[in-house]
Design a binder for this molecule. Structure first.
Ligand code: CU
Length: 135
């Protein structure tokens, strides 16, 4: 009996770990494509957590700032990226919507080496699932 109970809890833990492993920091897209929302925490000294997130075209990434001031600039491809989050931001959140597919590196101009990546992929290649987004 004890072994069965242990096995059951191990299976539950495994399932919980798997449910969020595909896209770190992202909520699942019920349509089956890339998630349409993701969160990046800029709440530590000089690290974005997670550093890499993925959303579908039209998806939104919310950057949350804590006690240490940070900003977010998309330097490598500003033409397809949303507006930067300028200044020195603390204890607030800012969302940015990504309307162009691509890989958008971002960094904090206050802390050299503090950077991350938003991968934006087209949802049209995903199989339609019950209507979904209508692409
Ligand atoms: Cu910073």
């Amino acid at each position: 009996m004890r072994i069965i109970r242990l096995l059951a809890s191990a299976v539950a833990a495994f399932a919980a770990a798997c449910s969020s492993s595909t896209y770190a920091g992202s909520s699942n897209n019920p349509g089956g494509g890339p998630p349409m929302t993701a969160m990046v925490n800029a709440t530590s000294l000089n690290t974005f957590t997670p550093e890499n997130v993925a959303v579908g075209v039209g998806g939104t990434v919310t950057f949350t700032f804590g006690d240490v001031a940070h900003n977010v600039f998309f330097d490598n491809d500003p033409a397809g990226a949303p507006a930067p989050i300028t200044g020195a931001n603390t204890n607030m959140s800012q969302a940015r919507t990504f309307t162009t597919a691509g890989t958008f590196e971002f960094d904090c101009h206050i802390h050299p080496g503090m950077k991350g990546t938003v991968i934006v992929s087209n949802t049209s290649s995903a199989p339609p699932a019950g209507g979904g987004l209508g692409y």
